[in-house]
Design a protein around this ligand. Structure first.
Ligand SMILES: NC(=O)c1ccc[n+]([C@@H]2O[C@H](COP(=O)([O-])OP(=O)(O)OC[C@H]3O[C@@H](n4cnc5c(N)ncnc54)[C@H](OP(=O)(O)O)[C@@H]3O)[C@@H](O)[C@H]2O)c1
Length: 329
């Protein structure tokens, strides 16, 4: 069992990665962020709230707005905040897994982000699509099956990722949505080891096994969908999101904090990197005000137990490779 409970956290808390670079523990997620608001939210996050980590992906189609937001923040800080103070993560999309496409994909992201390098580049999913126009995630399942590229292996893609470090286009490389066996495959050939696995992780899906595996292999975990706030149209908030859980509500009430702040703090005290997404200024501020209180061991345990009683994976795309689901749980 993971027993980590770090109560000595601060705004400056950083995680040391296995390649010796460090990264901030709390950042901003940007999936499904309305582009109109995003540029301003990124600027506010960096300039006025203290965020230093921004997470995006080529497929989110928002790197341009993020690049503009970063640019504005640095400019308006008048030299007080520098590029090297920031930690920017983006991701290789499934259709760019072929080794010849990997460098193009990162250069395309960099151009949109208006950066010379990113701090961390992740393989977004352990699934290769053929590189064809429009071959993105928005297709029907049938079409997706047709467009899979079974000739490209994860190890081919990883070798191309390593070259990006050599070219200084990214400082660190890692993976997302990878299983233990897929990471084991990379370890067999890796010259540069994956420093991060970005995975769905929240009180209702606490990934204990993966956390133990990553701790053993010195891989940092980035918790995605950390607030588990991803309800579908027919679902009720209360049934899906730990933001409405009575145990967490009670803890929040006793600490005069919001449930989001309790959940974010739970991630941090577990030593996880956490990237809650918001395009609302009040929530952007709220989600960063998590350094003036601590959860006791007992409160941490109460939240841990929700993973057994309410276990639920929220992000589970219909990608199939050789008719094998991406996730086998
Ligand atoms: N690697 C991957 O495959 C993958 C998959 C999913 C996500 N991610 C990354 O992880 C990030 C976070 O995950 P997510 O966006 O899925 O979900 P999340 O951060 O768990 O939840 C975001 C939702 O919660 C709301 N919210 C934010 N702060 C809140 C607060 N203080 N109180 C109440 N509601 C609040 C947001 O609404 P408003 O925006 O309206 O405030 C939004 O609807 C993503 O944005 C992305 O960067 C990666």
């Amino acid at each position: 069992m993971i027993t980590h409970n770090d109560k000595t956290l601060s705004l400056e808390s950083r995680v040391v990665l296995s390649d010796k670079h460090t990264m901030p523990q709390l950042g901003l997620g940007t999936w499904r962020s309305e582009s109109k608001q995003l540029q301003n939210i990124v600027k506010e996050a960096i300039l006025n709230c203290g965020y230093r980590l921004i997470d995006t992906a080529w497929i989110y189609e928002n790197e341009q707005e993020i690049g503009n937001g970063i640019h504005e923040a640095l400019e308006q800080s008048q030299g007080k905040i520098k590029r090297e103070d920031l930690f920017i993560t983006t991701k290789l999309w499934n259709q760019h897994h072929a080794p010849d496409d990997v460098e193009w994909a990162l250069r395309d992201s960099l151009k949109k982000l208006r950066l010379d390098y990113v701090d961390l580049y992740l393989i977004h999913w352990p699934v290769a699509f053929k590189n064809m126009p429009g071959n993105t995630s928005s297709q029907s399942e049938d079409e997706k099956t047709r467009y899979f590229n079974e000739n490209v292996t994860l190890t081919d893609t990883w070798k191309a990722m390593e070259k990006l470090v050599d070219l200084k286009l990214t400082r660190s490389i890692g993976v997302s949505n990878f299983s233990q066996s897929e990471i084991d495959e990379l370890f067999k050939i890796a010259r540069i080891k994956p420093v991060v696995n970005q995975i769905e992780l929240h009180p209702y899906f606490n990934q204990h096994n993966m956390r133990e595996y990553c701790a053993k292999h010195n891989i940092a975990i980035m918790s995605y969908s950390p607030l588990s706030n991803l309800k579908r149209e027919t679902e009720r908030d209360e049934d899906v999101s730990s933001l409405y859980n009575p145990v967490i509500q009670d803890i929040a009430k006793s600490k005069h904090k919001s449930t989001a702040q309790i959940i974010i703090r739970w991630h941090l005290q577990n030593g996880l990197i956490v990237i809650p997404k918001t395009v609302t200024l009040e929530r952007l501020i709220e989600n960063f005000e998590v350094f003036d209180f601590a959860l006791s061991d007992n409160e941490m345990r109460q939240i841990d137990r929700l993973g057994e009683t309410h276990r639920r994976r929220l992000v589970n795309p219909s990608f199939r490779l050789s008719n094998k689901p991406v996730f086998d749980d």
